[in-house]
Design a protein around this ligand. Structure first.
Ligand code: SAM
Length: 284
């Protein structure tokens, strides 16, 4: 699958040591590798940029408000929040991965941002009830073993009237073209079965509604890999996984990659996955 799709895909292995579902989900080695692909490509992805723009417009953060980004990663969005809330507000990123947390803190320091970052995870947010005017959670839900619990936590920390955007991809929307349809199907199935919450995108509105929030809008954007990337790193990685699982043969994998490379050379290639963003608010 394409690097564009890797943008959303770090395959994670749930690591809930206590079995309680309260520990953060962790990425395995493949997932970490994919995250590196993702970070390298992030700025170049028009789909992500567009949906982030939509999210910031939809959330309409005002000076003096309090905002939180859950699973803030390298911290880009919380830096934007910090600019918008100004000195009278607060912008806090919550991140379970110590290296990402440190990277985000360095970035904030280097840019003179007032953004703050705290260790924590979506299952136990380190804040009191009714703390935030705005919450964002981008491309985290597909990694969660207990997304409804995370929505409960987000709802708890939002003030009455507070707004939230949760966005994530849905691997049921993945398109890989060209290629033998049966082989493509097996590769996409492998991607789906190796992702903790592969249909995260379609479930967001229902999960937010069940938590008592009111859904106000749903945005979406197909993340389409740049044709110049050819077959891409992720498609090769997932095809290798499909071979290891016995879902396809080595020959079928090699043919798929060759078909995609030929497609890229002739301009007949399409690798995409759709990401959905749900805007909701907590009733007064
Ligand atoms: C694809 S990255 C997205 C990062 C950031 N939201 C962004 O859009 O740039 C996924 C993030 O989810 C975080 N994550 C994984 N499990 C989590 C959990 N249980 N609670 C909070 N964040 C989690 C990872 O550490 C990582 O930062």
């Amino acid at each position: 699958m394409p690097d564009t799709m890797a943008f959303n895909t770090a395959a994670s292995v749930p690591h809930n040591g206590t079995g309680s579902g309260l520990a953060p989900d962790r990425f395995d080695k493949d997932g970490q590798d994919q995250l590196v692909d993702i970070r390298d490509l992030r700025a170049a992805l028009p789909g992500i940029r567009s949906l982030r723009h939509w999210a910031h417009e939809a959330l309409a953060l005002r000076p003096g408000e309090n905002a939180v980004d859950i699973g803030s990663g390298a911290g880009s969005e919380i830096l934007t929040f910090a600019e918008r809330v100004g000195p009278a507000g607060t912008a806090v990123g919550v991140e379970p991965d110590p290296s990402l947390l440190a990277a985000a803190e360095r970035r904030a320091h280097q840019t003179g941002s007032s953004a703050k970052f705290v260790p924590g995870d979506a299952y136990g947010l380190p804040f009191g009830n009714d703390t935030f005017d705005v919450a964002l959670c981008e491309r985290v839900f597909q990694h969660l073993t207990a997304p409804a619990r995370a929505v409960g936590e987000i709802t708890r920390v939002l003030k009455p009237g507070g707004r939230v955007v949760i966005m994530d991809s849905d691997w049921g929307t993945a398109i890989v073209h060209p290629g033998d349809p049966q082989v493509v199907h097996k590769v996409i199935e492998t991607m789906i079965s190796s992702t903790t919450n592969p249909f995260a995108g379609r479930k967001l509105a229902g999960q937010l509604t069940r938590a008592g929030l009111v859904v106000d809008d749903i945005g979406s954007h197909a993340l389409i890999q740049d044709q110049r990337a050819g077959a891409g790193a992720l498609v090769a990685r997932v095809a290798d996984m499909a071979v290891a699982r016995g879902a396809i043969t080595e020959g079928q994998r090699d043919q798929l990659v060759a078909d995609l490379e030929a497609g890229a050379a002739s301009g007949d290639i399409h690798l995409s996955v759709t990401i959905f963003a749900v805007l909701a608010h907590k009733p007064n």
